[in-house]
Design a protein. Structure first.
Length: 137
């Protein structure tokens, strides 16, 4: 004669397996951001933009502990947004934004911009004043 099926014991094993699976799934869900590393999006300026001397650099990040723009640390909002105004030199300038997480993994974005300065009407720039010649009669 065979042993009768121990239903309460089988039910307990099934319940324990479901609970173990739930705990493992929840642990995987919580650790997923740690595996993905930092994320960085630069919204302004874009590569190739023409900007004025004072330029607003903005964007947003996820899973970041340190953010730098051209080597200088930048504060972040609670939502992971950043916005700073920087004075850029005239001509071509490369803006480099680096985001680093707590495990020292980093991601960077570069945008090459062309900086121009608009002078008010009637004001001579230094190059214009040195090329003009004066004549006296």
């Amino acid at each position: 004669m065979s042993d009768p099926i121990d239903t309460p014991r089988l039910f307990g094993y099934a319940l324990a397996m479901i609970g173990l699976f739930a705990v493992l799934a929840y642990a995987a869900y919580l650790s997923a951001p740690l595996v993905r590393g930092p994320a960085l999006t630069l919204t302004s300026p874009q590569d190739g933009d023409q900007v004025s001397g004072l330029t607003t650099i903005r964007g947003f990040v996820k899973r970041v502990s340190l953010l730098t723009i051209n080597g200088l640390e930048v504060p972040l909002t609670e939502e992971g947004q950043f916005e700073v105004v920087r004075a850029l030199a005239q001509g071509y300038t490369e803006v480099t934004v680096v985001a680093r997480d707590r495990f020292n993994r980093e991601v960077s974005v570069r945008a090459g911009v062309i900086t121009t300065f608009n002078t008010p009407h009637g004001v001579q720039t230094e190059s214009e004043s040195t090329t003009s010649t004066s004549t006296s009669f």
